[in-house]
Design a protein. Structure first.
Length: 277
C-alpha cells in the first residue's frame, strides 16, 4: 500500500490533480511538468513520517508548498540528529523485529529532500496527500495475489490460457451488465467474482514470469503516461487481432450460454411452483 501524493498549482481542483500531474520522475521537465507532479511513497514510511510530523495525509495535506517546504526543513534538521541505524530500529522494523524489505530510511529521507526542493521551486503550489485506500476518481486497488497451485508458479502455457479463459468469462458477465442494467445485484456479484478471477490469474502470471512489484510500478507509470498522451493501444499485430477476435467470440458464446441457463432455471422454478399448487 502507498500514499497518493500530488503537488500541483493551487488552481487545479483536487479531484483531477492526479490525472493532470506528471510522473514524479518527470518533475521539472519542460512540456511534461506543466501543472505539477505526483508520486506514491510506500506506506511503510508511516511511522517514520509520524514521528517527525510530516504525515502526507494529515500534517502536509492541504498546505501550500511554501509551508510544506518549511515543515520539511524542520523535520530534516531533527532527522539529521539521529543515525540511520537508530531510525531503522525505531521506525522501520516489521512485527518480527526485522528491517522492512520494501523501502528504506535513506530512501525516505531522500524523498523528503526531493519534495522539499520541489516545493521551494514552486512555492505557489499546494500539497495533496491521501491514502491509497481512500477512493478517488480513476483509481483502483488490485490487492495482494497469491498462487493457489504450485504448478502454476512456473512459466508455461497454463498461465496465459488461464488468463484468456478468465478474461473471456469476465467479458461475458460484462455483456450481461450492459444488457440488463446495473441494478441487478446478482450480476454485480458475478462481475466482482469474475474480476477477481482475472486479477488472480494476472498475479499468478506475474509470479510465474518473475514480474516484480517495481516492474509493475514503473510499467503502470508508463501506461498512465501513454493514456495521458493519447498513445495507448497502438497498432495491433495480426496475431494480437486474432486473439482479440477469438476472445470476443468466446465471450459472446459464454454470454449466450448464461442467458440459456437463466431461462432454463426460470422455467424449472415455474414448473416446480405449478407442481406444488
Amino acid at each position: 500500500m502507498s500514499y497518493d501524493i500530488a503537488i500541483v498549482r493551487s488552481d487545479i481542483p483536487d479531484d483531477i490533480a492526479f490525472m493532470v500531474a506528471c510522473d514524479w520522475q518527470d518533475r521539472g521537465l519542460e512540456y511534461l511538468d506543466m501543472v505539477g507532479t505526483s508520486c506514491n511513497p510506500t506506506y511503510n514510511y508511516a511511522r517514520f513520517f509520524q514521528a517527525f510530523h510530516v504525515r502526507p495525509t494529515t500534517d502536509l495535506h492541504g498546505r501550500s508548498a511554501i509551508v510544506v517546504k518549511d515543515m520539511l526543513d524542520d523535520a530534516l534538521k531533527e532527522i539529521g540528529k539521529h543515525s540511520i541505524d537508530e531510525l531503522e530500529r525505531k521506525y522501520f522494523l516489521d512485527n518480527n523485529g526485522k528491517v522492512i524489505s520494501w523501502g528504506s530510511i535513506p530512501n525516505a529521507i531522500q524523498w523528503l529532500r526531493d519534495v522539499r526542493d520541489y516545493c521551494e521551486q514552486n512555492p505557489g503550489y499546494k500539497f495533496i496527500g491521501c491514502d491509497a485506500e481512500i477512493p478517488r476518481h480513476g483509481s483502483a486497488s488490485l490487492g495482494t495475489v497469491r498462487t493457489f497451485s504450485p504448478e502454476y508458479a512456473q512459466p508455461s502455457d497454463r498461465q496465459w490460457r488461464k488468463l484468456l479463459e478468465e478474461t473471456a468469462e469476465l467479458a461475458a458477465v460484462g455483456m450481461d451488465w450492459v444488457a440488463d442494467g446495473t441494478s441487478d445485484k446478482r450480476i454485480y456479484s458475478r462481475l466482482v467474482e469474475e474480476y477477481c478471477d482475472v486479477v488472480e490469474a494476472l498475479g499468478t502470471f506475474a509470479i510465474a514470469y518473475g514480474i516484480t512489484d517495481e516492474d509493475i510500478r514503473k510499467g503502470m507509470g508508463e501506461c498512465e503516461k501513454r493514456f495521458r498522451d493519447g498513445t495507448a493501444g497502438g497498432r495491433k499485430t495480426v496475431e494480437e487481432d486474432t486473439i482479440i477476435d477469438g476472445l470476443a467470440e468466446l465471450s459472446t458464446r459464454l454470454h449466450k450460454v448464461q442467458i440459456l441457463e437463466r431461462k432454463n432455471s426460470s422455467r424449472a422454478m415455474i414448473a416446480n411452483r405449478k407442481e406444488h399448487q
